[in-house]
Design a protein around this ligand. Sequence first.
Ligand code: ZN
Length: 180
Amino acid sequence: MTRLTILEYPDPRLRTVAQPVDEVDDALRQLIDDMLETMYASQGIGLAATQVNVHKRLLVLDVSEDQGQPLALINPEIVAREEVCTTQEGCLSVPGIFDDVERAQRIRVRALDRHGEPFEIDAEGLLAVCIQHEMDHLEGKLFVDYLSELKRQRIRKKLEKDRKLRGTERVPERSGVPAI
Ligand code: ZN
């Protein structure tokens, strides 16, 4: 397996709208495994293909405590949403930044699994938030887009400063809030 490079805000490639996956083959399964490895190594709970510069409609997640429930969603679609919740979100592409975002509390999602079989899941709470966050990535959208322009400016400045401080090396997150 290979650890992939995660694009960071404000990289313009994060704004790419992903294309549907038309064939679930061994190459795609390899990409899923590499994305899971990259996500776990970065202490994340979700990762969209967009974040590793692959512009296909694919995301991986694992919101379990012990990293024991990997989930891959190919061509995901939200078919129902219920109620609203506000959660503090972070993102592997916006390291060290956390802020409140409003999303649906419960969703039903239709997708293909790693064998190309269609399935549906009912997600709520953190899993529902995580899926919505990752699906935004596939549309070229980031959680900071929900914040004010002033906040986004501050975030861009902070990330620029952090990148200078750490050089090219990626430092792990230092926060109790999981990054998605
Ligand atoms: Zn993210």
